[in-house]
Design a protein around this ligand. Structure first.
Ligand code: SF4
Ligand code: SF4
Length: 146
């Protein structure tokens, strides 16, 4: 079934969705790569903050550059998307997901239940994506699923 990305529906149907960022309250046990819901207003604040270049203005932009985007994300091609190929939840770079931290909209940058990844997996991804950068293993936030 193609998941709808309205936050309330995701919570009701999967039970696995976590909320992150300054506008969200509790953090549950499962936290993974992030995705952008259709709450996105395409303000562009998140894109320059991503240390892994995992955010794109539209689904077609991401896919046109060879990146995968989850089912149901970026429908209509008029909101931003995150490719799970490149999202490390900011592990290795920052103490919290930067997209969620700067996003002005509630329930917009949330964890992707389809891609649970451990700290080691996320750090390895960060190193491979950024061979020129210093990836700091201490930069891990409490929501990572291990
Ligand atoms: S969590 Fe970090 S790495 Fe993932 S899309 Fe957001 S800013 Fe980029
Ligand atoms: S900061 Fe939030 S609302 Fe703005 S483009 Fe990114 S995901 Fe969309």
């Amino acid at each position: 079934m193609t998941p709808t990305l309205r936050h309330s529906t995701m919570v009701a149907t999967s039970g696995l969705v976590n909320r992150v960022g300054p506008h969200c309250g509790e953090k549950e046990a499962r936290v993974m790569a992030l995705l952008i819901t259709d709450e996105c207003i395409s303000c562009g604040a998140c894109l320059p903050e991503c240390p892994n270049e995992a955010i794109f203005e539209t689904r077609s932009d991401a896919e046109g550059k060879g990146n995968h985007v989850g089912d149901g994300q970026g429908v209509g091609d008029n909101i931003y998307v995150i490719t799970h190929d490149r999202c490390t939840e900011c592990v290795g770079h920052f103490d919290e997901p930067q997209c969620a931290a700067v996003c002005p909209v509630d329930n917009c940058c949330i964890s992707d239940p389809a891609y649970p990844e451990t700290t080691d997996v996320l750090l390895d991804k960060a190193r491979k994506l950024n061979p020129e950068k210093n990836i700091d293993p201490a930069k891990v936030w409490s929501g990572v699923r291990n």
